[in-house]
Design a binder for this molecule. Structure first.
Ligand code: HEC
Length: 170
């Protein structure tokens, strides 16, 4: 091998090594990006997100179903609302150093038990009373966790024009 070709092969080895590093770095970068793009666990909805998305609408629907004496739908909405509180606690075991499960249990357990009985008895008066207690429970927690500015009340009407609340089955 003369010195010119020795020089050339040194250059091509350097090129191959450099290319290899570039490809490897690129692969690492896209691995990193795709981990971000495909991992839904990276987004944890905040307490406020969950309140707006999963709790507030079901609180409305439960009321509207009860006012239509649609006890089957009321039972369904209550079930999904209790599920939403369960998932809230899973996602946020603590808020401001307070165990959310303890406070959720203390302000919602009794009203949910009363609502369950009222729904089974198809008793509107009992339903309305238990619903009022549940709404007070929402506000007790907001006050306890320094969000007394968020005041929940009995809905005035349905915010869901595309859902039938009257019973459709005999
Ligand atoms: C365990 C405590 C707790 C209970 C029970 C609770 N909330 Fe909340 N809620 C919070 C906290 C804490 C916030 C404020 C979150 C933040 O902004 O960081 C909040 C905020 C809200 C907000 C405002 C969200 C916004 O961004 O505008 C709504 C609406 C709401 N809650 C609805 C309800 C309803 C309806 C109920 C009852 C069915 C309820 N909450 C019960 C803790 C609770």
């Amino acid at each position: 091998m003369n010195s010119a070709s020795r020089f050339l092969s040194a250059v091509s080895i350097a090129t191959i090594v450099a290319l290899g590093i570039a490809v490897w770095t690129n692969a690492k970068a896209s691995e990193h990006e795709s981990a971000h793009a495909t991992s839904p666990a990276n987004y944890l909805p905040s307490v406020s997100d969950l309140m707006i998305a999963t709790i507030q609408p079901r609180h409305v629907k439960l009321w509207v179903a009860g006012q239509h004496h649609n006890w089957k739908l009321a039972a369904y909405e209550m079930e999904t609302l209790t599920g939403a509180f369960r998932r809230l606690i899973q996602a946020h075991p603590e808020e401001d150093g307070v165990a959310l499960k303890d406070i959720v249990d203390s302000v919602t357990q009794q009203p949910f038990a009363d609502l369950d009985q009222a729904i089974h008895a198809k008793d509107e008066t009992r339903f309305n009373k238990a619903y009022g207690d549940l709404t007070s429970g929402c506000n007790s927690c907001h006050q306890a966790l320094n969000h007394g500015e968020v005041v929940i009340r009995t809905p005035k009407d349905s915010a869901f024009p595309n859902q039938e609340f009257a019973p459709t089955e005999p």
